[in-house]
Ligand binder design. Structure first.
Ligand SMILES: Nc1ncnc2c1ncn2[C@@H]1O[C@H](COP(=O)(O)OP(=O)(O)O)[C@@H](O)[C@H]1O
Ligand SMILES: [Mg+2]
Length: 428
């Protein structure tokens, strides 16, 4: 009897998920739990088509029930359609209420489609949280690295040296910790909408979207933001260091680049983040070596051939040296997002974030005033020095004087090396 009850719950979860997914078009296939997604995944189109229809065979496969017939007898809100092949909900509301009355909080927490529906009724349910949980289950269920191995066989080891794959839940950077400009936040919101409405954008033929170039001095939050977006959008992050891809195995480079982009397409939806993008230009200028030129051309071509709308890959590249990029590289991106050295108000807010958990009563406006020209990264270093100096005196309480002293020390140290390292910012 107990297993029949469990089977009934699993079946109703499937039917509700299908129904909600069919109704709510902003839900993406990545919102489906792995077993449902796998079952309905069409490898030809590499997508889960709407509507999801549930046959007896689907139900038995996904729910693991031997025979769904006896289960249905206990569920008055479920019907079998005329032809006797499809199972569906005759009364959605009754089904949703019955389901919620079972012991299913864990199931809802892990199923973004259900969470999207139930969050209207239950403040403890959150669709974004469920996406993070589900993404990590999806990625692990298929075991990302095992998948890569299966796809690339012997080449996978090389490939994994060039690209770091992170799950959203493993990313430590959070957008909440970053102070961004209104323009930046707007762009992020737009990218989010584009991800949500891929089908729509495709239907109206709008493809020039989802390739963003992050530009700005070192230490202004480019790398942190790209990573934080993985968490924010609940998408896996494929992070590539271009210097590795291009220089490590010169002869193999073109193939490596193709493989990295192919991998991103296979793992979609995801973010492909290319840091140090200016390496393209540097290597080009430095070399008449044909192999590098070929590699760069392969890279630019690969960027042309990937699309958010069609492949579900959000491409982000970052550079500290935009002046090194030529037109051929620039024109590949449909958006340039500028990262700026923060103004006084931003500096105050950055201090506020960094010091959020530190025990201190401070005049942040004064600190912001004293730190003109400092990047976010510089401000972090200032706070670190202040904290360490206080610890040297066995204190965990930080004073305004600690921070002012750290600002002065930082200024002194930096005036020595300002010439050759720009703002003297450090990289992460
Ligand atoms: N605007 C900002 N708000 C909060 N922290 C910032 C900001 N800019 C930089 N930081 C901090 O400085 C450090 C270095 O930033 P990073 O993302 O590596 O910069 P970039 O990639 O532009 O060189 C990170 O710890 C980051 O959190
Ligand atoms: Mg960086």
């Amino acid at each position: 009897m107990q297993t029949q009850k469990a089977d009934a719950i699993a079946l109703v979860e499937l039917l509700l998920t299908a129904e909600i997914y069919n109704r709510v078009h902003k839900l993406m296939e990545a919102d489906l739990p792995p077993d449902i997604r796998r079952n309905y995944f069409d490898s030809q189109t590499e997508a889960v088509r709407r509507p999801i229809l549930v046959s007896g065979a689907d139900a038995e496969k996904i729910c693991g029930a031997k025979n769904v017939k006896p289960i249905l007898a206990d569920l008055p809100f479920v019907e079998i359609d005329g032809a006797g092949r499809l199972i569906r909900l005759a009364e959605f509301d009754a089904a949703a209420a019955w389901f919620a009355s079972q012991d299913v909080s864990e199931a809802i927490r892990q199923n973004p489609v259900l969470a999207h529906y139930y969050q209207k009724f239950d403040p403890d349910v959150s669709y974004p949280e469920a996406r993070v949980v589900n993404q990590s289950i999806l990625a692990r269920g298929g075991n990302l690295h095992a998948r890569v191995e299966k796809l690339y066989g012997e080449e996978s080891e090389e490939l994994l040296k060039l690209v770091t794959i992170k799950l959203p839940e493993d990313v430590r950077n959070s957008l909440d910790d970053l102070v961004l400009t209104k323009e930046q936040l707007d762009e992020i919101a737009k990218a989010g909408k584009a991800l949500e409405h891929r089908d729509y954008l495709k239907s109206i033929g709008l493809f020039e979207i989802g390739k963003i170039l992050f530009v700005g001095p070192p230490g202004t939050g480019k790398t942190s933001s790209a990573r934080a977006l993985s968490r924010w959008f609940a998408l896996p992050l494929l992070e590539v260091k271009l210097s590795m891809v291009i220089s490590a195995y010169l002869g193999e480079t073109s193939k490596n680049i193709d493989n990295v982009f192919m991998l991103a397409k296979k793992l979609n939806p995801c973010i492909l983040f290319i840091d140090e993008f200016d390496f393209v230009a540097k290597s080009r200028a430095a070399d008449d070596h044909g192999a590098i030129k070929r590699a760069v051309n392969t890279l630019l071509k690969a960027i042309d051939d990937i699309s958010l709308v069609e492949d579900g890959v959000l491409l982000i590249a970052a550079t500290n040296y935009p002046q090194l990029l030529d037109h051929a590289a620039w024109r590949r991106f449909d958006k340039v997002m500028s990262f700026v050295v923060p103004d006084e108000e931003m500096r105050r807010r950055i201090f506020e974030k960094i010091l959020k958990k530190v025990d201190a009563t401070l005049d942040l406006a004064e600190l912001a005033r004293l730190t003109g020209g400092y990047t976010g990264s510089d401000l972090r270093l200032v706070v670190r020095e202040a904290v360490l100096n206080a610890l040297l005196q066995d204190r965990k309480k930080i004073t305004q004087a600690d921070l002012i002293r750290a600002v002065e020390q930082f200024g002194l140290r930096n005036s020595d090396c300002l010439q050759d390292s720009g703002a003297g910012s450090s990289k992460q």
